[in-house]
Write a protein that binds this ligand. Sequence first.
Ligand SMILES: [Zn+2]
Length: 238
Amino acid sequence: MTEKSEELDDYLDNHYIHRSNLLRAAVLGANDGILSTASIAIGVAAASDFREPVILATLAGLVAGALSMAAGEYVSVSSQTDVEHADIEREKQELDEMPELELQRLAEIYEKRGLKKETALTVAREMTEHDALGAHVRDELGINEISQAKPMQAAFASGAAFTVGGLLPFLVTLFLPLKTMEFSLYGFAIIFLIILGALAAKTGGSSIGKAIMRITFWGTVAMGLTALVGYMFNVNVG
Ligand SMILES: [Zn+2]
């Protein structure tokens, strides 16, 4: 590896975009884990006077949520990968069948990016000689290594993040007093969500204040409505 390409790798590593796919999946997963598991726990705690049903429902919600999150992410990222592969195959075909037209198309892209017509054509020629498919995939289709989807990685990141997020409310159902369980669950869940929201905003370079407001508002709505349903069905179970 030359010094120049090492420098480029460092430069890319320092950019937010490089962490975006993984971060996005992890934060969404953890958020979901905290919010949906805490909401289930709050709903059952509001409806029951016993700890066992709360623990059981929370654990079932945690496992089901983690698996469906991972499966959902795998399916959605795989279909994105399929689309990318189909595009690359068609690009290969177009390069075989009409290389001149493809060269013009590439030159036009560089021209649109600000190069003079002659310079654009020269660059397009040199890029084509060096790696025609690579140049078209990157500059025409906009697919690059950084943004390329990795289904297994995304599925694992989401499932693991959901599990970590869901474990927090689950621990609350195991150890905190039953009498005030709904309030403890709500309190801890909001604290965890705020920490996560702030972390994600900081890492992603966006406004921390806005992120905290958004997550607190929607977290309160979700848990509040579930508690309401639980109180409406306040039956003695267990
Ligand atoms: Zn092309």
